[in-house]
Design a protein around this ligand. Sequence first.
Ligand code: OGA
Ligand code: MN
Length: 291
Amino acid sequence: MTLTTMLESVELTPKIGSQLKIDKAALLSGEHAQEIRALLVKRGALVVRGANLDDAELRTVARTLGDLRLGGAKRGSDGATLSEGEEGVLKVSLDDKVNPDYARFLFGNFLWHMDGTYEDVPPFATLFMPYRLSKEGGDTMFASTYAAYEDLPEDEKARLDGLRVVHTMHAALFPAKRNCTPEEFAVWSSYPQRSHPLVWHHKSGHKSLVLSTSGAWIEGMHAAESHDLLQRLMIHATQDKYTYRHKWQVGDLAMWDNTGAMHRAMPFEEGSVREFHRCTLNGEEPIMAVS
Ligand code: OGA
Ligand code: MN
């Protein structure tokens, strides 16, 4: 007979972020996988201090929690394949020697976003582990889009229901690199755009805001009104009370629910060696406007 212990966790802020008290063996075994998944969706982001996983172990843990994303599917007009990294582990670094495919896009991570908003079904979750830390800064922040939706006045919730937002790569990247060249802008613009509902009616019955810097405009709305509304919602959703800021230590493991939270990297020094290894779990439901 094996004894399964209770999953222990501590809330890091009232509305988002919990720390799991779990050792490496228990993480790897998957014995708490269903509880961890449920807690991830409930708390938006989870962290484990001292997990000390190598790439193979990170993959193993990821596979206990969902459908690990492998290989590349996206291709830009410049012919570059954006692969998810060998064997499902992507190196997140601004150094193009570390990540030749992605480094030139990853400065967009400095602004609040959801991953994969250009896809039909955005990823469910990401597991994230520091490999080398920056000298300064480089915390990661998470913001609950469930909590931000929940606190909106009822008449506003009704007004937002049914609106659709077009997500584009140039909307996501231009604000993070205003001094880009026309050629860079053209590459970003060559990637597919995707329209998603602004309010996600999850299968679970819960609702969240689908916000990201990639959200360029609201379909059928005057450009000025659309700009103001998206900006106002972003300011609302990223108030301190909806966010958790993680200060990294080597050995940490963090994961975020990409369907109910935004995230961002905080600034760090230029030319930094900062490198994270991540596993992405494929999405399990499209963003639906009705449940
Ligand atoms: C990402 C991301 C944030 C960070 O990998 O998708 O946004 O802190 N990372 O590096
Ligand atoms: Mn991201």
